[in-house]
Design a protein around this ligand. Structure first.
Ligand code: SDX
Length: 393
């Protein structure tokens, strides 16, 4: 404490807002979107319906859902100049960097971004544009690195089929996608859709609190998500599992490395700021990983290493004492890999899933007219001192 300032690095014990969107109970491993348990939504709902629920606060009836889906489909094209922008990026550019740049540039194409008063109908149009164009931009980010031609969206396809078509389709071939892949992806995106005030959502809120437009706020969220301690963990998990596999499957050696204070290596996909028993999403994703690999007839040795690593870590005192359990990122990469998603696109998949949550949180913050975010600090620098002229230095 210093005067009236309470220092709380990482905001571990600070509530930044009141929200009616997502409920988490870290002790009991509970996650609900607008009161609906994540287990039921993952089982019975679909990603577009969950997006509607998060943003509008209720499950849509048939007419509302059809209208929402139909409107989204009709905004999936992006300005042709964005293809020229893509040519400016090097082929090795990480898709998250390309995506955050393209998302930020959306605000230069749409006049409503400059509308400081954000009339509700303009906000709704921006929301539809974001939901509709992000999959197009995400697929463009992938095509930039693969060198394949950009695929234009097809409005006759569903939301996820359209994304997979833009990711993997070719102008020279007919396109078909295994429904197992679409169902698995749908479930994964539902599980990633919101998670209360995590790092990237707090970033979206604080950027939006300055009344920056929603496109720029979402672009900031994409950048925050990229970090390996946050959404970038799903890519880091697969790289870690591949390293363990290359190292002869020597799991104990890598667990010791993660426990070694002198070694910066952490067990990626383990631990969570809020969940101190288990991440309910990890339980669902672990089962889905088994289902998808069985249905697709894939035997991925990396999945076996992941299960073995989890088993050993959960019996290791270091991890038990610190309440370190697999989180949402531990198994998700194994499914993305089975679906043919390239490793560097895993965090882009996380961003696609989290988009409705970011939008819902920004909308709630805006509607509640919350003040600009501006934390204080405890100063630990130099005391007052006079300027020293160059001749005297
Ligand atoms: C996501 O917040 C959200 O909701 C995020 C998310 C979402 O949906 O938005 O759930 C998505 O980001 C999941 C987390 C993905 N990140 C990783 O898997 C990276 C590895 N995990 C960690 O770096 C860590 O667990 C965090 C970042 C997730 C949480 O960090 P905290 O809460 O700040 O905890 P900490 O870093 O203070 O660690 C507490 C102790 C430390 O040891 P001591 O100093 O007490 O001796 O646990 C240790 C840490 O060294 N520790 C780990 C570890 N995670 C924490 N040691 C080894 N391996 C790990 N993974």
């Amino acid at each position: 404490q210093s005067g009236y300032i309470t220092l709380d690095p990482g905001f571990k014990n600070t509530g930044s807002t009141e929200s009616a969107i997502t409920f988490l109970d870290g002790e009991k491993g509970i996650l609900r979107y607008r009161g609906y348990p994540i287990e039921q939504l993952a089982e019975h709902s679909n990603f577009i319906e969950v997006a509607y629920l998060l943003i509008n606060g209720k499950l849509p009836n048939r007419h509302e859902l059809d209208q929402f889906q139909g409107t989204i489909n009709r905004h999936s094209l992006v300005h042709e100049n964005m293809k020229l922008m893509l040519q400016a990026f090097p082929a090795h550019a990480h898709p998250m960097g390309v995506l955050s740049s393209l998302m930020a540039s959306l605000s230069t194409f749409y006049p409503e971004s400059q509308n400081p008063h954000r009339a509700p109908e303009m906000v709704n149009l921006t929301i539809i544009r974001l939901l509709s164009k992000m999959p197009t931009l995400a697929a463009m980010a992938h095509r930039n690195s693969s060198g394949a031609p950009i695929m234009y969206p097809k409005n006759s396809l569903g939301y996820l089929e359209n994304f997979l078509y833009m990711m993997f389709g070719m102008p020279t071939e007919e396109f078909s996608i295994d429904p197992v892949i679409v169902d698995a992806l749908d479930k994964l995106l539902i599980l990633h859709a919101d998670h209360e005030q995590n790092c990237s959502t707090s970033t979206v809120r604080i950027v939006g609190s300055s009344q920056a437009n929603l496109y720029s706020s979402i672009s900031a969220g994409v950048s925050a998500l990229w970090g390996p301690l946050h959404g970038g963990a799903n890519q880091a998990v697969i790289e870690m599992l591949e390293n363990i596999k290359a190292d002869g499957g020597n799991i104990e050696k890598w667990i010791d490395k993660a426990k070694d204070k002198d070694d910066s290596f952490r067990l990626m996909g383990f631990g969570h700021r809020v969940y101190k028993n288990f991440d309910p999403r990890a339980k669902i994703i672990k089962k889905a990983a088994d289902d998808v690999l069985n249905k697709l007839g894939i035997n991925d040795p990396v999945l076996e290493i992941a299960k073995k690593l989890e088993e050993i870590a959960l019996q290791d005192e270091y991890f038990v004492q610190r309440n370190l359990y697999p989180n949402v990122d531990f198994y998700s990469g194994i499914i993305y890999r089975a679906l043919g998603i390239p490793t560097e696109m895993f965090t882009v998949m996380f961003a696609l899933g989290r988009l409705p949550g970011w939008i819902a949180q920004w909308k709630e913050m805006t509607e509640r007219k919350e003040p600009i975010g501006r934390p204080r600090q405890v100063y630990i620098g130099e005391n007052v001192r006079d300027y020293v002229h160059m001749a005297d230095r």
